[in-house]
Write a protein of this length. Sequence first.
Length: 174
Amino acid sequence: MTLLAESSTPETHAAVAAHPNTPAAVLGRLAADYPTEVLGNPALNLLRLAHPGLLDGWPTEGVLNMVASPQAPSWLRRSALTHADARLQVAVAAHPVLNAHELMGLAHHPLWKVRARVAARPDLSPELIEVLLQDTDYGVRLVLAGRADLQPDAVERLKQDVSLLVRQAMAQRE
């Protein structure tokens, strides 16, 4: 499999990424360009169980592309939230299939960029919008100010925001 992964054809790379006998290190190298195939590899769960730190040695770009994939499983998203690279945590916040509990946890995440990415999601509940309206970072509230679906009370609160940038964004809406 390692030799096949060195091949020059994309079709072969995709087939190697999906093959259950592909070594974990090779999967890591292929994940950047073939995240769907790696995620669909039937051996991935077994590799993960056999090597709990499996993704730690993989190139960040590959893990990032896997996390951003709609097929990213919950175990991968949980792992990404503890990764040192904040881009992975932001990618989790952008994942299209998150439940209300996951979104609420991300709305309280320590990194403002993660919370801002949550604020940009089209599927926010009024409860989540309320949490994000109270965010201490103006960047999160600035993202909210750009939403077209805000309730009138949220609009009024943002018009009175302590941040000049947020107030200016709200003035531009009118």
